[in-house]
Design a protein around this ligand. Sequence first.
Ligand code: NAD
Ligand code: UDP
Length: 311
Amino acid sequence: MKILLTGAAGFLGSHLVAKLLAEGHEVIGIDDLSTGTLENLKFASKSKAFEFVRHDVREPYRAKVDAILNFACPASPKSYQLDPVRTIETNFLGIINLLHLAKETGAIVLQASTSEVYGDPTISPQPESYWGNVNPIGIRSCYDEGKRAAETLCFDYKRQFGVDTRVVRIFNTYGPNMSVGDGRVVSNFIVQALQGRPITIYGDGSQTRSFCFVSDLIDGIYKMLTSAKSIESPINLGNPNEFSMLQLAERVIRLNHSTSELVFKPLPQDDPQQRKPDIGLAKKILEWGPKVDLEEGIKLTSAYFRQELGI
Ligand code: NAD
Ligand code: UDP
């Protein structure tokens, strides 16, 4: 296939470029380099099957492609809250522009949605049928509501224009190619542990997340892209093993033989208390499940950050 991938220079985008090239596809990677970096794409720069275009998805882009993967959007709360209007524009205008292109060209659209569509969930684990508990006017809303509107557009373009849209709801994923200053919890804790700096726990650290290693997620996304079945629901992709932030910190410190201590900082507004995917649909429809456990993933990610930090 000829594939247009937005957000190609980011954490997940760069892993997807590697996977798509390895599977023999041609890739046009577009990115405005706002949180991503060309360093992440160095490995692909000599490939004849890869082209990089610096472009902001808020503006239309035209190309004749078979599939469009929309991953352009800052994903770390620290980044998406820096310029919230830009974040919601990226989500809303970005997907409209891409769906319009798909309607004209017949391309499949795969949208990177998020567990954030469930907000601060009142049930656990979260199945795709749960409508969520989202604050529409809080500091996370630019991201949450932007992603929810993008899902709406995907399903409206499917119903109204017959576009083949596929939506994956990604739960906290981590691994190599995250930037040192990304701000998300796994990268923060590992970088702090490696530098012997205090580990910053927001709130009392009892809030939970379920962490998925990047190679597992990329396998799930690829299965979603290439599935011959018609998929009528968004699909959760994540690792259902749930940990509190205190448990995560303990593992990061132990596995890196770190001397870092814990410091407690205020819990940001609307920070979800719990998050755990129900991956029954992914198992049934895609025959997919995660393989890498948290300890193995922390080791692999720590090795990457050690190299990045020259430690
Ligand atoms: P990231 O910040 O590393 O990557 C996002 C990429 O999008 C960056 O390269 C950035 O430069 C680019 N970008 C941002 N705004 C853009 C714009 N207007 N035009 C063009 N490019 C733009 O984050 P990530 O973790 O790789 O996330 C990628 C996608 O996956 C995002 O859509 C995110 O919402 C989604 N997602 C990620 C996770 C996760 O745990 N990593 C969870 C849920 C959803
Ligand atoms: N968090 C933390 N310390 C940090 C960064 C994050 O305790 O240095 C917490 C944050 O408050 C949240 C969880 O870790 O409860 C996950 O945060 P992240 O920003 O990685 O992603 P989120 O799932 O909140 O979008």
